[in-house]
Design a protein around this ligand. Structure first.
Ligand SMILES: Nc1ncnc2c1ncn2[C@@H]1O[C@H](COP(=O)(O)OP(=O)(O)O)[C@@H](O)[C@H]1O
Ligand SMILES: [Mg+2]
Length: 468
């Protein structure tokens, strides 16, 4: 129990906070309440004094019996009572002499602030003494009634009132605190624990842990906790799906690499035979041999690239300042070796320098250019401009545009437009490589008139930190 009350949980802290705040509010309300209680006490005694003195004045003959007089005085809690009506002799009811040195309080002129100060004074006042109070008579405002009483009686009554208020305050604070605690526990702390539990379980075993059930977490359907648990559930579902897909992809990669090894073994006699056919005297036969060699090499190459992709981790870049036009020229040379008819124009301004890995960037451009040629473009233009700290390169062709099916998941692996021999890896790899450089590869536009890709690369800032 002690450990619970000293705990660090949100609800225990709020329990204490509520108790303290309610007690502070009670203390603020306590002072005016005490002032009021003292005022009411005095008004009550003035009234009783008025009744007593009128009773005494009504005695026939005007002489009051001392026994009756003491009874009247003790009933109204006073030592002496006096009524002054202007133009009439004063009426006095008293059992003994009252010293003139008794301090006088005039209720007519008492402010609320004085009421509170005197009430608090009464709570700490020690010892007895008499108090003389003057007030307007309840019967006629111009008449003055004055009563003298023992201060002890007022002090004792006010202390009793203070005791009552104090007890009630503590009870109210405790009740408010406990109610607050229960409400917060149900609305906030318990749902929070469930969310934390789900996060921990998910972190421990993300592939098997069940996503959180938002319905079971939050008692209210529309609050922030409910929104948080819905988002968490969505995140967990998506992450789990991605992990499952990755696991499958890894298994596929392993299977492919075995298959590729076996397939190369199976195909090597075919390749040998085809190469022998290539050297045949009959041109028709040697041509058939060439076709066969290309087909077999194409098949093994496709499998090799797929396996490499599955194995490949994030590329380790060997970055250096590069002349972009040189990189593009090299890519053009590579592409021309297989597609001599494709007309490629490089419009890259001289001294456009990027910070990157030459080999990997050549691979990226060769991929884009080769794709254009394979799609049937006759003309490709590569241009570049510097934008801030980046170089934006555009590769535009006059080909037939991207097939609709490809556009949906253009940069995903294994997405092809149905071209025979394509692996669907070119754009996925190019995209990964550009991103590894800190840039991005996007499709600018694609239609019947051609396709444009835009890639951004970090500008080489040179040794002095300024763009070269
Ligand atoms: N410039 C382009 N014009 C038309 N289609 C293209 C172009 N570039 C890519 N594509 C389409 O995108 C598909 C995916 O390209 P890629 O990832 O390089 O795989 P692959 O070339 O191995 O098929 C291609 O099969 C092709 O259909
Ligand atoms: Mg390609």
């Amino acid at each position: 129990m002690i450990r619970f009350l000293l705990g660090h949980s949100l609800s225990v802290r709020l329990l204490w906070l509520t108790i303290v705040v309610v007690l502070m509010v009670e203390v603020l309300a306590f002072v005016p309440a005490m002032g009021r209680a003292r005022h009411d006490w005095l008004v009550q005694h003035v009234r009783s004094g008025q009744i007593a003195i009128l009773t005494a004045a009504a005695v026939p003959g005007g002489e009051i019996d001392p026994g009756l007089r003491d009874t009247l005085l003790s009933l109204c809690g006073a030592v002496s009572v006096r009524l002054d009506v202007p133009g009439q002799p004063s009426l006095v009811l008293r059992s003994g002499a009252v010293g003139a040195a008794v301090p006088v309080e005039n209720l007519r002129r008492e402010t609320a602030l004085e009421e509170m100060r005197r009430a608090l004074g009464a709570l700490v006042h020690q010892g007895g003494g008499l108090l003389r109070v003057e007030a307007a008579s309840p019967l006629a405002p111009e008449a003055t009634i004055e009563i003298v009483f023992n201060q002890n009686t007022l002090d004792a009554d006010l202390r009793a009132v203070a005791d009552d208020i104090g007890t009630v305050s503590v009870l109210v604070a405790l009740t408010a605190g406990v109610l607050m605690y229960l409400a917060l526990h149900a609305l906030l702390v318990r749902p929070m624990h469930r969310i934390i539990g789900s996060i921990v379980a998910f972190r421990t075993d993300p592939e098997r842990a069940n996503p959180i059930d938002p319905e079971a977490v939050a008692p209210l359907a529309n609050d922030e906790i409910a929104a948080a648990s819905r988002e968490l559930a969505a995140l967990q579902r998506e992450l789990r799906g991605a992990l499952w897909r990755n696991a499958r992809l890894a298994a596929l990669g392993a299977a492919m690499s075995r298959t590729s090894h076996d397939l190369r073994g199976i195909l090597s006699p075919a390749l040998l035979a085809a190469e022998r056919l290539q050297t045949h005297d009959d041109p028709k036969v040697s041509h058939a041999g060439e076709v066969l060699v290309r087909a077999v090499e194409g098949a093994t190459d496709l499998i090799r690239r797929t396996v490499e992709f599955a194995r490949e981790g994030p590329p380790a870049l060997r970055r250096a300042p590069l002349e972009l036009s040189r990189v593009v020229e090299e890519a053009i040379e590579q592409v021309h070796a297989t597609a001599p008819g494709l007309h490629i124009e490089s419009e890259i301004p001289p001294a456009t320098r990027v910070d990157g890995d030459a080999g990997e960037l050549v691979r990226v451009f060769a991929n884009l250019l080769r794709n254009a040629g394979e799609a049937g473009a006759g003309h490709v233009v590569v241009s570049a401009i510097a934008i801030g700290g980046e170089i934006a390169v555009t590769v535009s062709d006059d080909g037939p545009g991207l097939p609709a099916a490809v556009r949906e998941a253009l940069f995903h692996p294994f997405v092809t437009g149905g071209r025979r021999g394509g692996s669907g890896l070119g754009l996925a790899i190019a995209h990964d490589l550009v991103r590894a450089h800190g840039g991005d590869l996007v499709l600018l536009q694609s239609g019947a008139a051609g396709t444009s890709f835009r890639l951004t690369l970090p500008r080489d800032t040179g040794a002095d930190g300024k763009p070269a």
